[in-house]
Write a protein that binds this ligand. Structure first.
Ligand SMILES: CSCCC(=O)C(=O)COP(=O)(O)O
Ligand SMILES: [Zn+2]
Length: 202
């Protein structure tokens, strides 16, 4: 394993454990990646538990989704990570989890986006300086055909600076590096949980 892959692997193993501690990666759900270059990324193998990763569960894949070593089987959702690295050159990490809040809320709303406003924590997102901000988090219908799903997502990416939700499935968040990506996912999950609680209180 070369140095930059090893460094990314260590970071992703640690973040997987933190996501698991929050209950965001039950069973073998979720996938985690970090950019290695403008042509490649490190991503989790398919089907492993993301809370109990080892460095050998992180593999190198090009931005078309092809593994460096043919025998390696990257995440089934690799193309969604490729799409984000290709679309946003400043993105250095992508995290995907299956939280209860995101899964349940996206199944009870039929809307195409979650509108978040007046929350102080919105200031955790890039460029936001006041709670008086309206942030849209797109909600896309889930699809087992990941290439087709990427095609559905593509036109909305510029309007999704925070992340997006796959209905009945989970959240994708991205950021400049693994740590700041985790913060954004944490803020987004916090907001989704607040929306769930608010709707129950009504
Ligand atoms: C058991 S979860 C179903 C697949 C999924 O949604 C997921 O996030 C994990 O897939 P992977 O191939 O990355 O392990
Ligand atoms: Zn998933």
């Amino acid at each position: 394993m070369h140095n930059s892959l090893l460094q990314a692997a260590r970071g992703l193993v640690a973040i997987g454990a933190r996501m698991d501690a929050r209950g965001w990666v039950p069973a073998s759900s979720g996938n985690l990646s970090a950019r290695l270059s403008d042509q490649s990324m490190a991503i989790t193998r398919s089907g492993v538990h993301k809370g109990r990763l080892t460095e050998t569960d992180i593999i190198e894949v090009d931005l078309d989704g092809a593994p460096r070593h043919q025998a390696d089987k990257p995440s089934a959702e690799t193309l969604l990570h490729c799409q984000l690295y290709r679309h946003f050159p400043a993105v250095g990490a992508v995290l995907h989890g299956h939280s209860v809040a995101a899964t349940a809320l996206s199944m009870v709303t039929h809307e195409q986006s979650l509108v978040l406003q007046d929350y102080e924590i919105l200031k955790a997102f890039p460029g936001v300086t006041t709670h008086q901000t309206v942030a849209n988090v797109p909600v896309f219908d889930n699809d087992q055909d990941i290439a087709r799903l990427a095609g559905q997502i593509a036109p909305s990416l510029d309007a999704a600076p925070i992340g997006y939700i796959l209905r009945g499935h989970g959240v994708y968040a991205w950021g400049p590096d693994i740590e700041r990506c985790f913060w954004r996912l944490e803020a987004l999950e916090f907001l989704i949980s607040c929306e769930c609680e608010r709707r129950q209180m009504r």
